[in-house]
Design a protein around this ligand. Structure first.
Ligand code: 5GP
Ligand code: MN
Length: 316
């Protein structure tokens, strides 16, 4: 498979790279690392992310071609879609993007629906960053600092700081190699985990007040409302990681965060500890993800949404 990538990259001149809405460290790090590599090869690389880079990832070296609106240019030699289980995760306008060139789907989600012309989907990979790393390695890329810090961040964040089930030996090895290449792990961790505006904690206080548990305390649920964002001067970017906090409760098997995204409309983030396949639960609502980390959208009043989720998990 990497031989196919090698050919596409060596023979192509113009590349479009995109990833999912609400981009996380893997989406951003993978897209930026690939773009830096292509730029180093004197290729033209446009990186389109529908949403802006969250504050915690703003320290990552940005490739020249980063944009947040879909460019007018209509054709590219290859369109890379990274870290997306389904094409629509790219956000509004994904149909236009699909028409810009042959789509290469590079991903590691269990629920990936193979939407690309070429599908480089490895559900055993810790992260999309790991797959990008393999492509770059096989092409003998110079893993300079711009590439290394982006790859490190992709792998490190998607493995929950090398703590989750997907923190494989390969994930550790890649992080080690990036540290050898000059990445400062203390600085990266400080930027990602210790550079929050205080408003995040005002919001967290509000969210934790909504904490409730079900099924003999095995399911923990909390929610975020538009009103909380208004009251604390925050937005969805500030909620990143909240669901992981409530997962830390002893005995909790599934943590759920319900984020209001419109009238009677919720974005669900679920995290498991291995006993419940949360990707399967989210898949039932048109979403997806991994066994222990998944998401979806559900319409309805909050009590209905909550009930639908609990029903799907067989909780009375
Ligand atoms: P998060 O809860 O951090 O938004 O997402 C957790 C995991 O589930 C990530 O791997 C993310 O890509 C995936 N995910 C979140 N929301 C959706 C969704 O609506 N559809 C699909 N297919 N995957 C999702
Ligand atoms: Mn990922």
């Amino acid at each position: 498979m990497t031989a196919k990538m090698d050919k596409l990259i060596r023979e192509g001149r113009t590349f479009f790279i995109t990833s999912h809405i609400d981009p996380d460290g893997d989406a951003i790090g993978s897209a930026f690392a690939l773009a830096w590599f292509l730029e180093d090869l004197d290729r033209q690389a446009t990186v389109y992310l529908k949403d802006t880079v969250p504050y915690r990832y703003d320290f990552l070296p940005k490739p020249r071609g980063l944009v947040h609106t879909i460019p007018d240019r209509e054709a590219y030699d290859t369109v890379f879609v990274l870290d997306c289980g389904s094409f629509f995760r790219v956000g509004d306008g994904h149909e236009r993007i699909a028409a810009m060139g042959p789509v290469v789907n590079i991903d590691h989600h269990d629920t990936n629906d193979r939407f690309g012309r070429v599908n480089l989907v490895d559900t055993d990979a810790s992260s999309t960053g790991e797959i990008i790393y393999r492509i770059l390695r096989s092409m003998k890329a110079d893993l300079n600092h711009n590439i290394a810090v982006n790859l490190y961040t992709a792998v490190f964040t998607d493995t929950g700081s090398l703590r989750y089930d997907n923190a494989s030996a390969a994930a550790f090895r890649i992080c080690e190699e990036m540290v050898r290449a000059g990445v400062d792990p203390g600085r990266v961790a400080a930027m990602i985990y210790e550079s929050h505006p205080k408003e995040r904690f005002l919001l967290l206080g509000e969210v934790l007040r909504t904490l409730r548990t079900f099924g003999d305390d095995r399911i923990a649920v909390a929610n975020v409302t538009e009103e909380m964002f208004r009251a604390t001067g925050t937005n969805r970017e500030f909620t990143d990681g909240f669901v992981e906090y409530i997962k830390q409760i002893r005995g909790v098997e599934v943590a759920v965060l319900l984020r209001e995204i419109g009238p009677e409309s919720y974005k669900i983030s679920m995290r498991g500890k291995g006993t419940v396949d949360v990707a399967a639960v989210c898949n039932g609502f048109g979403g997806g993800g991994h066994k222990n980390a998944a998401g979806c959208r559900i319409e309805g009043a909050i009590s209905e949404v909550e009930k639908k989720l609990l029903d799907a998990m067989g909780i009375k």
